[in-house]
Design a protein around this ligand. Structure first.
Ligand code: ARG
Length: 482
């Protein structure tokens, strides 16, 4: 069965291929089949279709889940059409019950949401592992001095631990953002929305939602059937992790450069030059950095597809998903690459040497002049800057100002008083709090996953009832508890 042939006659193959989504549908075939299974089981439980027909349809959907090639056939417009044809070939007109009260528009949106949910769960899981790896590494480098840069100039001394914690906290924010997008926006069911305005079949949209483990329905049927805002939101949330990691990648490229050399990257992340014997190129970080820009193109494409559409479904929406999958998949890859790098990251000791070469304690001397001698900071800043311009070193400046120090990068670090600064006590506090945050995020993720498993179990019970009732007449068997 092909939708168009009955109404428009045979088309042209090449134009059919132009508009078909069957290749992109590979990514959602399992979710499309599960969605249809929930729909058919619900029709049966509502007494809207014969239960034995529902049982036979569900058996065939199970078979297609095991052998997706049965419904990924290139000659079809999309997987939905291919599934219908597959069912009709085997069941004849009884297969047509599966189409009552649904449209491809609400069903593809459901499948995309299910797929996005899995991607986001995988991303959240891998981000927690990366955060824990950063924390373990930070614990080893509470005393490893490196210059902190502003404007990429050596600015003030910090520690490798403090730097790693900055990356971890950014990832923790990104994690919260992604998790809330997952729970609040992605995790809603469009099922029952039909093509645009719902259906006259008395479906229970809340029941349909919970059969697929969705938290609640998208209320408005027009919005539910015709928007990819959830996909854009999921992808842009995931992209925040890519943003954090692309800046990290840039730091790693620079910090491992022989002229700075604060760190050494693990050998598996380096490549050699075919011509220059001494080269060790930081290639994984280069690729990560480049992909971040590439994915920005995908994000722009996703937004662009949504931006110009009139309300209601248009086939433009079909083009959205591949961009979202690329972003979600690459975000997971970037997290794993970064984690592997952090595990093998080594400090060389040159960060401390580099910090010594620059008068990085100058702000501490100016602050000392204010705090200990009561000189307004603007004036203190000017006096230290003038002495630096005369070519004086920090020790001489401190002597002339009557200050004891700090004279070295490490003394500067020890002098920091505020929350979140690199002073070892502050860093240790921050590490402890970050472990606690990672632990509670892990628990939250486990709980989120459990609600999806509950949905699967609920559908499993309903399907068992449908199948158990096959052959008997509907209505006489106890329905499973909703
Ligand atoms: N394959 C489409 C998609 O992925 C769903 C089909 C909607 N087609 C239609 N003519 N309403 O968005």
């Amino acid at each position: 069965m092909k939708y168009r042939e009955k109404l428009l006659g045979p088309g042209e193959d090449w134009l059919g291929r132009y508009t078909s989504s069957i290749r992109d549908d590979r990514a959602i075939v399992y979710e499309v089949l599960e969605t249809l299974k929930a729909h058919v089981a619900h029709l049966a439980e509502k007494g809207l279709m014969p239960r034995d027909a529902a049982a036979r349809i569900i058996d065939l959907l199970d078979e297609a889940e095991r052998r997706p090639e049965l419904v990924l056939r290139e000659e079809f417009e999309d997987v939905h059409e291919a599934v219908e044809a597959y069912l009709e070939d085997r069941l004849g007109s009884d297969a047509g019950w599966a189409s009552l009260g649904r449209s491809r528009n609400d069903h593809v949106a459901a499948a995309l949401r299910l797929r996005a949910r899995k991607f986001l769960l995988a991303l959240l899981g891998s981000m927690i592992r990366l955060r824990e790896t950063l924390l373990s590494k930070a614990e080893q480098h509470v005393k490893t001095v490196v210059p902190a840069h502003t404007h990429f100039q050596p600015a003030q001394p910090t520690t490798l631990a403090h730097y790693l914690l900055s990356v971890e906290e950014a990832l923790a924010d990104s994690w919260r953002h992604i998790h809330s997008v997952l729970v609040e926006i992605v995790d809603k069911s469009p099922l029952g929305a039909g093509a645009a305005v719902g259906t006259s079949a008395p479906l229970d949209r809340r029941r349909l939602a919970s059969l697929l483990g969705f938290r609640e329905p998208v209320i408005n049927t027009l919005y539910a059937s015709s928007s990819r805002l959830f996909l854009y939101t999921a992808a842009s949330a995931a992209y925040t992790a890519v943003l954090v990691l692309s800046r990290f990648a840039e730091d790693m490229v620079l910090w491992s450069h022989p002229s700075l050399g604060y760190v050494e990257l693990p050998p598996a992340h380096l490549a050699t030059s075919s011509l220059i014997p001494h080269k060790k190129n930081p290639v994984t970080m280069e690729i990560l950095r480049a992909r971040a820009y590439e994915l920005l193109g995908d994000l722009l494409a996703l937004a662009g597809i949504e931006a110009g559409l009139p309300s209601g479904y248009s086939l433009d929406l079909q083009e959205a998903s591949r961009h979202a999958w690329r972003i979600l998949r690459e975000a997971v890859v970037a997290v794993r690459v970064a984690e592997s790098l952090v595990v093998g990251l080594r400090a060389t000791g040159r960060g401390a040497v580099e910090a010594e070469r620059h008068p990085v304690v100058s702000p501490d001397l100016a602050e000392g002049l204010s705090l200990e001698k009561g000189v307004p900071y603007r004036e203190a800043h000017r006096r230290v800057a003038e002495m630096l311009a005369e070519g004086l070193d920090p020790r001489t400046i401190a002597e002339r100002l009557g200050l004891r120090g700090p004279l070295t990068p490490w003394e500067s670090i020890l002098s920091k008083k505020v929350l979140g600064s690199p002073a070892p006590g502050k860093v240790e506090e921050a590490i402890a709090a970050a472990w606690e945050r990672a632990r509670s995020d892990r628990a939250l993720l486990a709980e989120t996953t459990r609600t999806y498993v509950k949905g699967e179990e609920e559908l499993g019970r309903l399907v068992a009832w449908v199948k158990g009732g096959a052959g008997g007449d509907s209505g006489d068997t106890q329905l499973p508890k909703a």
